[in-house]
Design a protein around this ligand. Structure first.
Ligand code: NAD
Ligand code: MG
Length: 386
């Protein structure tokens, strides 16, 4: 029996994780769950999975939850302290980090410090503090399993291979909803257009990140840390069908790939049950039913955010944290109708321009950098009036 905690259980990854858990009640027990403000869904999850502990965003929500639970009542916590309590709770073997954004950094670091293995969906944690997190993983001798489909594919394509033989990691990208839109129309796309992803159903923030391709940028940085591979050896190929989830090229010219129907339950299950495989209910792949698999290079004029991620890695140190925080602010501003689609990358670029990269030696320093960049980006999108 594996005891697991899910941070962000009411999100897209959280819900898919609980589907995998439900399908294998003999394998998993849920120790703790955390949610933002979706009390309705959390109530149902408490009823079904009976966690020892839950945490929600605020004290007000915690009180409301406590009052409204008809039967079984877990320990109820709130705020960042609550997230840390859940991430480190009792006898969990593994913590699924599925909060969106840099808000996942503190609880994920706490889980590692407490000696928990981590199934990582929350890529922003590695973008904000990759070196520090990987040092912590080594110090605490825990395992960090990728949940992101591309990184799961790379992980699977490296199984049984020697890292020294890896020539290149090739991350695939769908290209999102605007892959073929005439460039001069990008400035006029609507929020709904941007939320309409062709292949994957995901939370709102990552869906916008996929439209700008900042998601792939974040994933390049995530891969840099997870697989200890420099940016020069991480390529991005646009592959609109999202069937090959990523590839690894070796020195002998052989390329290993992992394929499947796009469904996050497959990489989630692999992270939860590694090195075993279990049925997930993911639809079988029928290659003969596809009209073809295509690949091409991304165009930075269409996807400037991807270039910004390579720039941030080249600048190194604190710059990826700045890029990530500026992106979070810009995406929120876009989703609130405050800025246009192409302003997202422009805001990130200007925030990065205003920053001089410096070393980050603690998580606290990463958080200070993250806060600085948010303030700068808010100033740039006009959300903060001075
Ligand atoms: P989502 O928005 O659907 O869910 C986010 C979860 O985090 C929710 O439970 C929400 O309540 C909680 N949350 C949000 N802000 C919080 C805060 N400040 N404090 C505490 N909890 C908070 O997001 P998602 O699509 O499930 O993505 C989660 C993470 O997984 C992201 O980092 C994303 O990049 C990554 N990821 C997602 C997918 C996908 O298919 N959805 C694929 C790969 C990677
Ligand atoms: Mg991905």
């Amino acid at each position: 029996m594996k005891n697991i905690t899910i941070l962000g259980s009411t999100g897209s990854i959280g819900v898919s994780t609980l589907e995998v858990v439900s399908a294998h009640p003999d394998r998993f027990r849920v120790v703790a769950l955390t949610a933002g403000n979706n009390l309705e869904m959390l109530r149902q999850q408490i009823e079904t999975f009976r966690p020892q502990m839950v945490s929600v965003l605020s004290e007000k929500l915690a009180v409301e939850l406590e009052r409204s639970l008809p039967g079984y009542k877990p320990e109820i916590h709130h705020g960042v302290e609550g997230l840390i309590a859940a991430a480190t709770a009792g006898d969990a073997h593994m913590v699924v980090a599925a909060i969106v954004g840099a808000a996942g950094l503190v609880p994920t670091a706490a889980a590692i410090r407490a000696g928990k293995d981590v199934a990582l969906a929350n890529k922003e944690t590695l973008v904000t503090a990759g070196r520090l997190i990987m040092d912590l993983v080594r110090d605490k001798n825990v395992r960090l399993y990728p949940v992101d489909s591309e990184h799961s594919a790379v992980f699977q394509s490296m199984e049984g291979q020697s890292r020294k033989d890896v020539l290149r990691i090739i991350l695939t990208a769908s290209g999102g909803p605007f892959l073929n839109l005439p460039l001069d129309q990008l400035s006029r796309v609507s929020i709904d257009d941007a939320l309409n992803h062709p292949n994957w159903s995901m939370g709102r923030k990552i869906t916008i990140d996929s439209a700008t391709m900042m998601n792939k940028g974040l994933e390049v940085i995530e891969a840099r840390w997870l697989f200890d591979t420099p940016a020069e050896r991480i390529d991005v190929n646009i592959h609109p069908q999202s069937i090959i989830h990523s590839m690894v090229e070796y020195v002998d010219g052989c390329v290993m790939a992992q394929l499947g129907v796009p469904d996050m339950k497959a990489p989630i299950a692999y992270a939860l049950t590694y090195p075993e495989r279990v049925p997930t209910g993911v639809n079988p792949l029928d290659l003969t039913a596809l009209s073809g698999l295509t690949f091409f290079k991304p165009d930075y004029r269409r996807f400037p955010a991807l270039k910004l991620a390579y720039d941030a890695l080249a600048a190194g140190e604190s710059m990826p944290a700045v890029m990530n925080a500026a992106n979070e602010v810009a995406v929120e501003a876009f989703l609130s109708g405050v800025i246009g689609f192409i302003d997202i990358a422009a805001t990130i670029a200007r925030t990065m321009d205003a920053h001089e990269a410096h070393a980050l030696s603690t998580i606290e320093e990463a958080l200070i950098t993250d806060r600085w960049a948010r303030e700068k980006a808010r100033e740039l999108v006009g959300l903060v009036r001075r």
